[in-house]
Design a protein. Sequence first.
Length: 206
Amino acid sequence: MVALLIAVAGALIAGRAGNEPLTPEAGSIEAIAEELATGQAEEKTELTADLAAAAEEAQGHLAQVLQELAPAVQLDGSAGPDPAGVEEVDGWKRNVKLASEALGEVQDGTSEQTVAREAFIGAAHLLDSAASGYGDYLAASPDEQTALAATVAERRDASVRLWQAGAAQLDTLTLDSDRGHVHLFLAPSGDPDDVPAEFREPEGHE
């Protein structure tokens, strides 16, 4: 029955696109289908707004971790000039947990919304793994630390790549919801100025 209503709603929309005025009679299957389609569109828009808000909160937490991790493990995977300590690692893991919790509160939606949310959550998990890897680095011998630093950098980079995929999907969703661009991208350094050019909003574009 639901599939039939959706099909009818599609026909109504197609009719309007062809400049054919359609005013379904109240209580008819066409009217019910139109109400269903409108309700689904409103729900999708609301869930997209919730996802965007959660992603913005999570981005702040993850960016802080990336900013603090950068001096400890350089972008080329080598040990940095400013090593972090156990307390810093604990702080990173707390921030990642807060990011995951914010994203986990967003309800299930369309497949596109789910893909974006799961990409964000996966990115948080990868960054948590990077933080744990740095904890291993601190406890390792000097001979082991070189390889462990490279592993931390690989996990960090994989986290950022996965986050970018979710952010691109979210940007598409917000555009479809007539909310304009929502650019919540990250850079491995945590510095917004280091976000790749292809993920930046063109100057003067709203």
